[in-house]
Design a protein around this ligand. Structure first.
Ligand code: ADP
Length: 455
C-alpha cells in the first residue's frame, strides 16, 4: 500500500472514530433530554391524578380524558394506577391495569419518586403520604413523539457521519497527494539517474522540511557514489595499464626470440630471465591488487591475534635482508614499557607484516639500499614506529598524493613499482586504528611514522 493511501486511510479512520464518539454523545444527550422532558410530563399527570385522588374526586376516565384533550397535550396510550399502602406493601386500589412488579413498587416507596422504562413504555411512580394515608401513583404512556424525535436525530447523525467521512476521504486524498508531490518528483528524478549520468543531482528546494533534507542527503550520497565510481574507474584503468607493461615486455621478448631460430643458449636464457622477471612483477602486482580489493573487508572485529610490534620489526627486517643481501637495517628502541605485553596490538599478522615490509622496502628501494633506521618509542598515548631513510625524498606537494592507489612520485618513477603499496597499507592501518605520517626532504631522505594507540 502506498504511503498516500495509508495516510488517507489512517487519517479517515481516526477522524471516523472521533466523529462516531461525538455523534454517540450527541445521541445520548438528546435521548436524555427527550426522556427528561417526557418524565416531567408524566410527573405532572401523576400529580394531577394524585390531587384528584386526595380530594376524593373520583371522576370517570372518559371525563378525565376529555379534560386532558381539552387542556393538556395528549400522551399516547396513557394509563395510571393507584396503589394503597398497607403494612408497607402496595396494593392496586382498583383493578390491575398496570403490571408493576413488587421490586419496582418497593423502589418507589424508598425513593419517593422513580422513573423507569419497560418495553418502550415510560413510567413514573410517586409516593404520597398525606395525613396518615399513604399511596403510590404510577402513570405510564408511550413517548411517541420523543421516539420519532430520536429516530429523526439518528437519521440526521448517520447522514452527517456519512457526508463528513466522504468529505474527509476526498480532502485527505487531495492533501496527501499534494503533500507527497515533492517525493514523487524526487522518485522520478532519482529513477532517471544511473551510472551514465551520475553527475546529475536532485533539485534542492529552499525549505527546511524533511523532503528538502532528503534531497540534500540523497545528493550527498550521489556525490560520494560518483567519487568512488570515478576512483573505481581510475583504479581499473591504472591496474590494466600496470599489467599491460610487463605483459608487453614479455610478448616483445618472445617475439624477438622467435623471429630467428638460431639463438644461442645465452640468448634463450636472457629471454627466459626477462620473462621470469616480468611474470614476477605481474604476480606481485596481482597480489597487491587482490589485497587492495579485499581491504574493505578488513575489520577490527575480525582481528583476534595479539602481535608484538617489536618482533614484527625484526621479522620484516629479516625478510628484507633475504631480498636485499647488502641491506643495513638498524633497529632502535627509544623507550620500552616495563610490561612487554604493552607492545602487543590486536591485529592480523599477515597484514601488519605487509605494512612493515612495504615501508622498509620503499626506504631501501628509494635510497639505493643506503642504511635505514627503524625506531620504536613507547609512551602512554601509544606506540610510535619510525622508518627513516637517506633516499631521494618526496616533493612537498606530492606527500598527500602518494597514498592514492597507483600514484608514483615524479622522482621515483625509474624504480620498479606500481604505486599500490602505500594505498594498501593505509587501508590496513585504518582497520587497525593506527595512523601514518610522512615527512620528507628532497635529496636528504624520508621518515614514515606509524602511531598505534594503546588498548
Ligand atoms: P611503489 O613503491 O610500488 O611505487 P608505493 O605505494 O609503495 O608504491 O609508493 C608510492 C610512491 O611514494 C612511490 O612511487 C614513491 O614515489 C613514493 N615513496 C614511497 N616511499 C618512499 C620513500 N621511502 N622515499 C621516497 N619516495 C617514496
Amino acid at each position: 500500500m502506498k504511503i498516500r493511501s495509508r495516510l488517507t486511510l489512517q487519517f479517515t479512520g481516526i477522524f471516523s472514530v472521533i466523529l462516531l464518539a461525538l455523534l454517540f454523545v450527541i445521541y445520548f444527550l438528546t435521548q436524555q433530554m427527550v426522556r427528561q422532558e417526557f418524565s416531567e410530563r408524566l410527573r405532572s399527570r401523576a400529580l394531577l391524578r394524585a390531587s384528584l385522588h386526595l380530594e376524593n374526586q373520583e371522576i370517570d376516565q372518559e371525563l378525565f380524558d376529555s379534560f386532558v384533550k381539552k387542556y393538556l397535550s395528549v400522551l399516547k396510550d396513557e394509563k395510571y394506577e393507584i396503589y394503597i399502602l398497607k403494612k408497607n406493601k402496595a396494593f392496586p386500589e382498583k383493578n390491575k391495569r398496570l403490571n408493576i412488579n413488587n421490586d419496582i413498587l418497593r423502589k418507589i416507596i424508598k425513593d419517593k419518586e422513580y422513573y423507569f422504562i419497560i418495553n418502550n413504555r415510560e413510567y413514573i411512580g410517586l409516593f404520597y403520604d398525606n395525613r396518615g394515608e399513604s399511596f403510590l401513583i404510577v402513570v405510564t404512556a408511550v413517548n411517541d413523539f420523543g421516539e420519532k424525535q430520536l429516530s429523526n436525530t439518528v437519521d440526521i447523525l448517520i447522514s452527517i457521519f456519512i457526508i463528513l467521512v466522504i468529505l474527509v476521504t476526498i480532502f485527505g486524498t487531495l492533501f496527501s497527494k499534494r503533500a507527497l508531490i515533492p517525493i514523487a518528483v524526487l522518485t522520478s528524478k532519482a529513477n532517471s539517474i544511473s551510472a551514465s549520468n551520475l553527475h546529475e543531482r536532485l533539485t534542492e528546494v529552499e525549505s527546511q522540511d524533511e523532503i528538502a533534507e532528503l534531497a540534500i542527503t540523497i545528493n550527498k550520497l550521489l556525490s560520494r557514489l560518483e567519487e568512488s565510481f570515478d576512483l573505481q574507474k581510475a583504479f581499473v584503468s591504472n591496474a590494466s595499464h600496470e599489467l599491460r607493461t610487463p605483459l608487453t615486455s614479455i610478448i616483445g621478448s618472445l617475439e624477438v626470440v622467435l623471429s630467428r631460430t638460431d639463438r644461442t643458449k645465452q640468448e634463450y636464457e636472457d629471454v627466459l630471465n626477462s620473462i621470469l622477471s616480468g611474470s614476477r612483477e605481474m604476480k606481485d602486482l596481482l597480489n597487491e591488487l587482490l589485497m587492495f580489493a579485499q581491504s574493505s573487508i578488513y575489520k577490527e572485529s575480525n582481528f583476534k591475534e595479539e602481535i608484538r610490534l617489536d618482533e614484527m620489526l625484526f621479522d620484516a627486517s629479516e625478510d628484507l635482508k633475504l631480498k636485499y643481501h647488502n641491506a643495513e637495517i638498524q633497529i632502535e628502541f627509544i623507550n620500552l614499557p616495563d610490561d612487554a605485553d604493552l607492545l602487543n596490538v590486536k591485529g592480523n599478522r599477515q597484514l601488519l607484516l605487509v605494512v612493515f615490509l612495504n615501508l622498509m622496502d620503499n626506504a631501501l628501494k628509494y635510497s639505493n639500499i643506503k642504511p635505514i633506521k627503524c625506531s620504536l618509542n613507547f609512551n602512554l598515548s601509544g606506540i610510535e614506529i619510525k622508518f627513516v631513510d637517506q633516499g631521494i625524498g618526496i616533493e612537498k606537494e606530492e606527500l598527500s598524493k602518494i597514498f592514492q592507489p597507483f600514484y608514483r612520485a615524479e622522482n621515483g618513477r625509474e624504480k620498479q613499482g606500481q604505486g599500490i603499496g602505500l594505498a594498501l597499507l593505509d587501508k590496513i592501518l585504518q582497520a587497525h586504528k593506527a595512523k601514518i605520517k610522512v615527512e620528507s626532504v628532497i635529496g636528504i631522505g624520508s621518515t614514515f611514522t606509524l602511531y598505534f594507540p594503546i588498548k
